[in-house]
Write a new protein. Structure first.
Ligand code: URA
Length: 202
């Protein structure tokens, strides 16, 4: 019998729970944190990819449920979407200490889990939140834009051939920037309108 998307996602979650060789595993256990797999619609056309869980996310096991998450919710609402219409995940699945940037070795270790999630979800739109997820996704698909900065790329639509057909990659600033800069929030609001063109799920 073929497995459902939800069953395949559960298997990925179990594999991450078992990831004892991760440099972030001890930190997870010591702090009673959870790995954060992702959340949302397992048949979503649009997948948002952040960087790594913060403290609130690690304590709850839910992506973007802290201050940056409130901004993300607002941005989604602004284009008539909510979390149940999309899937939200991160490149790195465990919280890096003190929310430091993820290390290259951590991205290398965790990103195959994200890629497995993408293979299950087969999204038409991959919205990359911030420079780490943008770089990972563009490099993964061998796109020349990978050498450009998020300042150059945000709000652009990059067509890509993926194993499940065709998709569009949309690099965006990370929602956390809007916590510190009203100007960046305006840019995010405008860039989200690009996503709105690709509609809801289904
Ligand atoms: N920032 C991220 O990149 N991901 C989260 O889940 C929360 C904050």
């Amino acid at each position: 019998m073929t497995k459902t998307n939800t069953e395949m996602m559960k298997k990925i979650r179990d594999d991450i729970l078992d990831l004892k060789e991760s440099p972030l595993y001890e930190y997870r256990v010591k702090n009673h944190y959870f790995p954060v797999l992702g959340e949302g619609n397992h048949n979503a056309d649009i997948v948002f990819i952040g960087e790594a869980p913060g403290e609130k996310e690690a304590l709850t096991g839910r992506p973007f449920c802290g201050p940056a998450g409130r901004i993300l919710d607002e941005l989604l609402e602004g284009i008539g979407l909510d979390r149940q219409d999309v899937y939200i995940s991160n490149v790195v699945k465990d919280r890096p200490p003190n929310n430091r940037d993820p290390l290259p070795a951590e991205i290398e270790l965790y990103s195959p889990f994200l890629y497995r999630q993408l293979e299950v979800l087969k999204p038409k739109v991959i919205a990359a939140l911030g420079r780490f997820s943008t770089k990972y996704i563009l490099e993964k698909f061998g796109l020349p834009e990978a050498t450009q900065t998020i300042t150059q790329l945000h709000g652009k639509v990059i067509d890509v051939k993926v194993p499940w057909g065709k998709a569009k990659i949309i690099p965006l600033y990370h929602p956390a920037v809007a916590l510190y800069s009203g100007g960046s929030k305006k840019v995010l609001v405008e860039d989200f309108k690009v996503i709105a063109k690709f509609g809801k799920k289904g």
